[in-house]
Design a protein around this ligand. Sequence first.
Ligand SMILES: Cc1cc2nc3c(=O)[nH]c(=O)nc-3n(C[C@H](O)[C@H](O)[C@H](O)COP(=O)(O)O)c2cc1C
Length: 291
Amino acid sequence: MASPPLAREVFGVRFQNPILLASGTAGYGRELDGVMDLERLGGIVSKAVSLEPRAGNAPPRVAEFRGGMLNSVGLANPGLAQVRAVELPWMFTHLRTARVLVNVVGFAAGEYPAVIEGLDDLDGITAYELNLSCPNTAAGGLEFGADPLAVADIVARCRRVTRRPLVAKLSPALPDIAALALVARDAGADGVSVVNTLPGLALDPGGKARLGNGNGGASGPVLLPAGVLAVRRVRERAPDFPVIGVGGVRGVADVRQYLAAGASLVGIGTGALADPRLPERIIRALERGDG
Ligand SMILES: Cc1cc2nc3c(=O)[nH]c(=O)nc-3n(C[C@H](O)[C@H](O)[C@H](O)COP(=O)(O)O)c2cc1C
């Protein structure tokens, strides 16, 4: 039987296959060079980029549990200037067939478009993914993505400063994730990524938080059904709106669930952290039509 064609056009851009490395779990690509063949991927979503460098949260930043892992990296990143000068040039030189998507964070609405304006003249960026699960410092720390007005505001501000595709990334903790996806679309987004990590807390036997920051975000297998449902919900309400499915992928069967639910692309995070060869194995299985 002939293998199914894996290439696809999403946001008007060709991806050689639907597999992406999810933001924050692949650094800026360089960290994985020599560990996996990055050019086999559909693309890499960079780690978060904020206006200023961020040291991140106190250690320990990661704790495993039966359903996956909890992290409180705190969006640690070298900041716009360094990413622009060092990290992105590396990605543009080394990634020719795999696409580069840049994950953008802000702690005030104006920081999102400011990061994009600081990068937008660079060739080689396929799209921006807006991490809307950041705490809005002006609103007492409530995440932007939970407030439809904030989502519309951030997406619209970003839309004004770039012609590149904008993808809004949403949390699995939202009561109506499809409604927020529609808000993002109507404000000018070209797609959504669902889902980000799920807020959680892990305690040791003495009742002390296992992460230095206290709580964190759960990722890995625990997210798979929530992610697949989120994709399905968005797809039902917005049939032609591109959706990136993310959360809990550990094998080709999980990718097939996301695709069957209507995902255009599928991100792998924790699964690739645990096993860097997983994305390539999944791509090979998709090429063979297995699973
Ligand atoms: C260590 C770690 C760091 C992450 N950093 C980011 C980030 O910088 N920006 C973002 O939008 N999502 C970030 N995420 C969320 C992932 O991109 C992904 O949405 C989530 O982990 C679910 O996918 P998974 O179960 O395959 O890991 C991070 C996740 C982990 C585990």
